[in-house]
Design a protein around this ligand. Structure first.
Ligand code: HEM
Length: 328
């Protein structure tokens, strides 16, 4: 979620260097300060989503209540709604920062509305904001669990909320047995893969760059987690279609980035002409490009066919829920 290249990077034409001069280093503290405006925007977006979800719950239109009828009380379940709102702003920011990263590492657009340095800075600050939003989403879910377990002693309540939210494999009910570890995987990978950028002078720019590529996994896990578990996209209705549609530009940019990477050394020429490229390495790169192409085609099929994994909204409220929340 942090940039492929930053101020001073050359786009791949200079020989690989282990380090940059200290003056080229970007400090985490400076980026945290620079992230304040977009973090504030993220708070506003979260507040708007929260108000929207709250109003829908009050009006009886909430898909969450359709899935879990016991939640029909926004005043009681406001922390759950806030967790959902942080989940959506987190996903939106993740989408934005991934798009910026792919723009920076793929083919150079002929014209950009802002300078490359500005795009790079936005990529770094939005990725910091994304991590904070993901964490806030999980934290509000934990807070709701703590509130809910009122029959337990305080230490047990805190432990239950913490373990169900943050300990992989602990949550043992329904779809959450798979969906929660997917979300945890995204959160736990996002932090090191994002923050390693700030110590790349220690680990080496090449090592950092190799590791940073895996940040796309964070995004895929986040979307997968949402499609599997988000009750507001539970039914095969427009919000789920929009979520699928939003993945199309990401997949297209990823395909372009793989086909025409900014760094020359990453380009996939004919095998025999590339010195120092092994057959397995070349095959892996070619397979990556083919997989990205297949994802684009797959997304188009999903969106056009309407087979998007959404359930039909039942006429009667369901007797079981995907969460462990149902009162005894
Ligand atoms: C420790 C990690 C995580 C936990 C425990 C967790 C927990 C949950 C839970 C319980 C739900 C279901 C809410 C509902 O009823 O709709 C949910 C949905 C969701 N999660 Fe996560 N999540 C985690 C990580 C993530 C990450 C990394 C993202 C990416 C930004 C994310 C984004 C979302 C979104 C967008 C929804 C849909 C909310 C809705 O339908 O309104 N989650 N998550």
């Amino acid at each position: 979620m942090l940039p492929e290249m930053t101020q001073g990077d050359d786009g791949g034409n200079a020989p690989p260097t282990r380090d940059r001069r200290p003056t080229d280093r970007v400090a985490l503290s400076a980026d945290l300060r620079a992230a304040l405006p977009d973090a504030s925007a993220a708070v506003l977006v979260t507040a708007a989503v929260f108000a929207f979800l709250y109003a829908r719950m009050e009006s009886g239109d909430s898909a969450t209540v359709a899935v879990m009828p016991f939640m029909d009380d926004p005043g009681t379940y406001w922390m759950y709604l806030l967790s959902q709102a942080f989940g959506w702003s987190g996903l939106l920011w993740a989408w934005g920062t991934v798009m910026l990263g792919l723009l920076l590492s793929g083919p150079r657009p002929a014209r950009l509305p802002v300078s490359r340095q500005v795009l790079e800075r936005w990529h770094r600050t939005t990725s910091l904001t994304t991590m904070a939003l993901m964490f806030a989403h999980a934290l509000m879910f934990a807070a709701e669990l703590v509130r809910y377990e009122a029959q337990l002693a305080w230490a047990e309540r805190l432990w239950a909320g913490f373990a169900d939210t943050f300990v992989p494999g602990w949550y043992d009910s329904g779809t959450g047995r798979i969906a929660i570890p997917l979300g945890q995987g995204a959160l736990y990978l996002a932090v090191p893969l994002g923050l390693l950028f700030y110590v790349r002078h220690r680990i080496g720019a090449n090592t950092w760059r190799r590791l940073h590529r895996f940040v796309i996994v964070v995004y895929v896990l986040s979307v997968w987690h949402t499609l599997l578990y988000g009750t507001n996209v539970w039914y095969g209705e427009w919000p789920r279609t929009v979520l699928w549609l939003l993945q199309l530009p990401v997949a297209l940019l990823l395909l372009l980035r793989l086909l025409r990477p900014a760094r020359r050394s990453e380009r996939l020429g004919p095998l025999q002409r590339r010195e120092g490229v092994s057959l397995p390495g070349w095959a892996a790169r070619a397979a990556g490009r083919a997989a990205a192409g297949a994802v684009v085609v797959g997304l188009l099929i999903v969106v056009m066919s309407g087979h998007d994994g959404g359930r039909d909204r039942p006429a009667e409220p369901p007797s079981t829920s995907p969460h462990a929340h149902e009162p005894e």
